[in-house]
Write a protein that binds this ligand. Sequence first.
Ligand SMILES: [Zn+2]
Length: 194
Amino acid sequence: MLQRFIEPGGVANVQIKKGKKFKIINTFGHQVVDVWAFNSNNMSESLSMHHSRSALYKMWFQPDDTLVSTLFEPIIKIVSDTSNGGHDTLHAACSKGSYKFYNTIEPISNCTDNLKLTLNSYNFELNHTPCPWNLFEHAFIQPDGRLEDKPSTAQPGDFVELEAQKDLIVVCSACPSRVGNISASDPKGATIEY
Ligand SMILES: [Zn+2]
């Protein structure tokens, strides 16, 4: 197994063959990780949060769930999850625009640009940012429909183990955002093991 540490605000991408397992590890706890996955044989097909919510009829995904792509085809299966789950599927990736919108100090990097730069390295360009799967992020829906952010409860070493259902390029951005205090007091980075 190989491991790559992702600094807070950093990004890593790995190519995972169909049927192979990989883990996203919350190295120091409380770190939100924005995750995208693209079919490496057809980059215009990617993991889709809204397709997966419709396919699974749920807001949050858990072990044995198979997430689907923009073509409604199996793309990632959740093998195991040592955190207490509830990984957000709703929030947009942070961006220059979001930091301006929320009137907060912009970190030197953001998850949207991290994805864009990664895809550019594959000579692929998207004119939109797919909603990330926000691993370890907790955004709870109130009875009146409002969203409420809570700090991630992931403990050091907690991980989500996934299995590729297609040949994938997986992109993980260790979110530097402090909006909503999502990574508790301090984003500290994460690890991908593959
Ligand atoms: Zn972010």
